[in-house]
Design a protein around this ligand. Structure first.
Ligand code: TGC
Ligand code: FAD
Length: 390
């Protein structure tokens, strides 16, 4: 009874294992119980609900696919996707916190870190005792992170870090930041910067109309002395941060489905109840067209995400395939949010319903982790062999 209604028009559940369904339903009922009742108030206040951190850890949202030996949930990629779907049914901002923690902080430490670094950080990140953020974007370098200006210099005993990052999710409260910077030869590396290091500040970005429950900020490095043991040596070059983005973008391809399902469920219910001209608006052809197209697009997005999950489990998903799914599914969700909002008429603009919040959130989701246009150009480069970025 504490589950959301959720469309499954093509019986996608039949493609899932018992474990997938257990993980999915645990996340879904947690969102219904803990997120939905408080999220609107926090969105209006533009505040991150810190009380959700423990619950997020408990449903396995922090490092779903990180091995249990490091505190992770040890699940497969489809379970990871389903957890993201359920969290984003609640709010994209809460899913952002989970995406950043898992794919952008735990993943690089797990993948590129030493065993000492893994032991030191991963269990605390998995339990939510430590929260992390990921600094790639800079004021002058968003879509082209390869041009980054943040630099670190080998001073013998430590590295000296200078520069600035902006638009960083979780920055205002993060305990650690995985920061991407160039060494003296211009090679990109990740460094773990800890709150409290002298010269490191994280001013919050205010006045967002989107992702209001997610805390966004800058990372400023003014001669920060970073201990040598905090360098991630396992992989360098732009491919290192982009590898993390692959994992986060994959989660977003699933997450967007959750936001779309919540908008669709709400609009369908409303259309059946709302009577105008003596009949439910759901009995009109125009509203049926909207609703029928929504469920068609959700179903296609589910199948795309599921197939990508299978490829990912097999280690065969390419970056370009992930770009296609992120781009398609987020665009699908934002379109459904806009159409659903219209079905609710005036009620659609209020906080009584989740739709307008989803719609505004998705404006960030369609921009971050590679914009809608950048992902199209990644597909373009993949199929033609010619990069439009060069
Ligand atoms: P390009 O020459 O294509 O590639 C440079 C090197 O990177 C490798 N590579 C990848 N490796 C792993 N995964 C990927 N997805 C990769 N894409 C490329 C590539 O093989 C190459 O390696 P090597 O060894 O030959 O050097 O690079 P480019 O400068 O032309 O740029 C490519 C482009 C535009 C696709 C890329 O820079 C890009 O994806 N831009 C978008 C930036 C972006 O997504 N930023 C996201 C910031 S983080 C964020 O938004 C978090 S939101 C918070 C939340 O999730 O809630
Ligand atoms: P720009 O790169 O300036 O792009 C502006 C427009 O130009 C876009 O429409 C883009 O598609 C288009 N464009 C750019 N280049 C081309 C081209 N070659 N051809 C055609 N069109 C082009 N970053 C992090 O590192 N960590 C985070 O945690 C993080 N969290 C975020 C949270 C929020 C709420 C937001 C809004 C952003 C976040 N970001 C984060 C940053 C995000 O990844 C960037 O905003 C995104 O990559 C786009 O960069 P930009 O904003 O500088 O836009």
């Amino acid at each position: 009874p504490d589950l959301f209604e959720s469309p499954d028009y093509y019986s996608v559940d039949d493609l899932l294992s018992e474990e997938h369904l257990l993980v999915r339903d645990a996340a879904r009922s947690w969102v219904k119980r803990e997120v939905s009742p408080i999220i609107e108030e926090y969105a209006q206040k533009a505040e991150f609900p810190k009380e959700l951190i423990t619950g997020l850890a408990e449903i396995g949202a922090f490092g779903p696919y990180i091995p249990e030996a490091y505190g992770g949930a040890g699940l497969d990629q489809i379970s990871y996707g389903l957890i993201m779907q359920e969290i984003e049914r609640g709010d994209s901002g809460i899913r952002s916190t989970a995406s950043v923690q898992s794919s952008l902080v735990m993943y690089p430490i797990y993948k590129y870190g030493t065993d000492e670094q893994r032991q030191k950080y991963l269990p605390k990140l998995a339990s939510g005792e430590f929260m992390g953020c990921f600094g790639l974007t800079e004021p002058n370098h968003g879509s082209n992170p390869g041009g980054m200006e943040t630099r670190f210099k080998d001073m013998g005993d430590y590295y000296l870090l200078n520069g600035a990052k902006m638009w960083i999710s979780n920055a205002p409260f993060a305990d650690i930041a995985v920061v991407w910077a160039k060494n003296e030869e211009g090679r990109i590396f990740g460094l773990i910067v800890e709150r409290g290091m002298e010269g490191f500040t994280t001013p919050e970005t205010h006045n967002k109309w989107s992702l209001r429950v997610s805390a966004t900020g800058e990372l400023i490095f003014d001669n920060v002395k970073v201990p040598k043991e905090n360098l991630l040596l396992g992989k360098s070059g732009l491919g290192a941060p982009l590898g993390c983005l692959d994992s986060a973008r994959y989660g977003i391809a699933w997450g967007a489905i959750g936001a779309a399902m919540d908008c669709y469920d709400t609009a369908l219910r409303y259309a059946k109840e709302r009577v105008q001209f003596d009949k439910p608006i759901a009995a009109t052809q125009l509203q049926q067209k909207k609703l029928a197209e929504m469920i068609t697009e959700i179903t296609k997005a589910q199948l795309l995400a599921w197939r990508l999950g299978v490829l990912k489990n097999e280690g065969k998903a390419t970056s370009a395939q992930i770009s296609m799914a992120k781009r398609n599914n987020v665009a699908m969700a934002i379109h459904i949010a806009r159409e659903s909002r219209q079905i609710l008429g005036g009620m659609g603009i209020t906080g009584e319903y989740s739709i307008m919040r989803h719609m505004m959130n998705l404006e960030s989701v369609i921009t971050y982790e590679g914009t809608h246009d950048i992902h199209l150009l990644i597909t373009g480069a993949d199929i033609t062999g010619l990069s439009a970025f060069k």
